[in-house]
Design a protein around this ligand. Structure first.
Ligand SMILES: C[S@@+](CC[C@H](N)C(=O)[O-])C[C@H]1O[C@@H](n2cnc3c(N)ncnc32)[C@H](O)[C@@H]1O
Length: 288
């Protein structure tokens, strides 16, 4: 490690505090990611394989590479390395219970139903929504769609394929499993989501901190375990933008360690654990 400066971490690659700060600035401005200086060792270990893959010796060189316009794919590799894709079917089960008992009875009277899974990872979240909806509401003449977005094109390819190891599907209720999940003939260890489920979902690449090229309004937005990576300002802007995209009475479901705060808060009432409902008329402003 002879190249390392005084503030570089011990290891294979030189990583100075200045490199870390430049990386944190880029991660924040392009992706909303919050990297406190305490995360420097974690960032080093997560990105070391990218430097190895690109044949680089220093984080300074990696930053120079990320700066090039043609390195958009590497910038996505950066997000992938700094966040996780951990997800599962019917994760945080109480949200699906609320969807079933509080929202679906209202949706039954609607001709148009729109739900957004924002930060859908490999698809288990939108497929869980699709099963809950289809179980209660046969599509029939209804215009029913789930939009499922993520920043990571590789994870979206998995989501679109809709094939999962059988043991991952154990959290799908047995009744739903027998109705919509099917074996994949060529890959016996995998289970495939049925065509009725796939037909409900549109998968699309979207960086949540950029423009959203769709109008809404949505009846519900699931954005769970995504904002946790963002700094407070980015989180609060996101809640306000979700409020604009929800209809009055629409639900916002967020992750177990996330909290709604900031200017959007008076516009929502609580409707369960990490569950919020957009008010028709905003309540009194909250102290920040
Ligand atoms: C931990 S997964 C959450 C999956 C699912 N929502 C759940 O709770 O099970 C976080 C996802 O957020 C995505 N993500 C991170 N930053 C993002 C951004 N700026 N815009 C959109 N998606 C982002 C990641 O690619 C990852 O798939």
């Amino acid at each position: 490690m002879s190249l390392a400066s005084a503030d570089a971490l011990p290891g294979e690659f030189t990583f100075t505090d200045a490199d870390f700060e430049a990386l944190a600035r880029l991660a924040r401005s392009e992706f909303g990611l919050s990297l406190a200086s305490s995360k420097k060792p974690l960032v080093y270990s997560r990105l070391a394989r990218r430097l190895r893959a690109r044949g680089l010796a220093t984080f300074h060189d990696y930053m120079a590479l990320l700066d090039r316009a043609e390195e958009a794919a590497e910038r996505l590799e950066l997000v992938s390395a700094l966040t996780t894709n951990v997800t599962s079917f019917f994760r945080e089960k109480h949200h699906f219970e609320t969807l079933r008992t509080a929202l679906i009875p209202e949706l039954a009277a609607q001709k148009r139903i729109r739900i957004w899974s924002a930060g859908c990872s490999s698809g288990q979240e939108p497929f869980s929504i699709a099963m809950t909806l289809l179980h209660a509401l046969p599509p029939g003449a209804r215009d029913m769609r789930i939009l499922a977005t993520d920043i990571d094109p590789a994870i979206l390819r998995k989501a679109r394929a809709g094939r999962y190891p059988a043991e991952e599907c154990e959290t799908v209720p047995a009744e739903f499993r027998s109705r919509w999940l099917r074996p994949t003939p060529c890959e016996p260890e995998l289970v495939e989501m049925g065509p009725e489920l796939k037909a409900l979902i549109s998968f699309a690449e979207l960086n949540l901190i950029c423009d959203w090229p769709f109008a809404g309004p949505f009846d519900a937005i699931f954005c769970r375990n995504v904002a946790i990576y963002f700094d407070q300002e980015t989180q609060q802007r996101l809640w306000s933008r979700f409020a604009e995209k929800l209809r009055a009475g629409g639900f916002l479901f967020i992750g177990h360690s996330e909290r709604l705060a900031g200017p959007a808060l008076p516009g929502f009432g609580t409707a369960g654990v990490t569950t919020y409902r957009k008010r028709a008329i905003p309540g009194p402003a909250q102290p920040t």
